[in-house]
Design a protein. Structure first.
Length: 131
């Protein structure tokens, strides 16, 4: 891609982000997740020391949750998962972790202001699976 084409594309993206605010320059250019869910063990209230995966759904829209905070030095061991960046909506959240029962919730409502979504944050306490 020629350098001037990239510069033009970057300018248009930046202008589009700034134009969404009522006061240009007041909005930060960071990306905000619609949902952030802290993941804990229901029995111990400790963070789960195994990989937990999740998905957000809002009608036909679906987004995999990604790790936004992790336990210790292993980035795959999530303390907090997030997703649906900058997308308002009403979400269903589904989580699965090895050794745990699946966890679900519905009606997670996310709104936005002139700049970003208002992140819905909550804790999911997963129940250990019976063996």
């Amino acid at each position: 891609m020629p350098r001037h084409t990239f510069a033009l594309a970057a300018t248009l993206v930046t202008a589009g982000l700034g134009g969404a605010c009522s006061d240009p320059g007041a909005c930060l250019l960071n990306v905000v997740p619609a949902v952030e869910v802290e993941v804990r063990d229901a029995s111990t209230d400790e963070f789960i020391a195994s990989i937990v995966r999740g998905i957000l759904r809002d009608g036909a829209f679906a987004d995999s949750l990604r790790v936004v905070a992790s336990l210790g030095t292993d980035p795959a061991l999530a303390t907090t998962l997030g997703g649906a960046d900058e997308r308002p909506g009403t979400y269903e959240v589904h989580l699965e972790g090895s050794g745990y029962e699946p966890w679900d919730t519905t009606n997670v409502r996310v709104t936005r202001d002139d700049c970003h979504v208002h992140t819905a944050t909550f804790t999911a306490r997963l129940t250990p699976a019976l063996e």
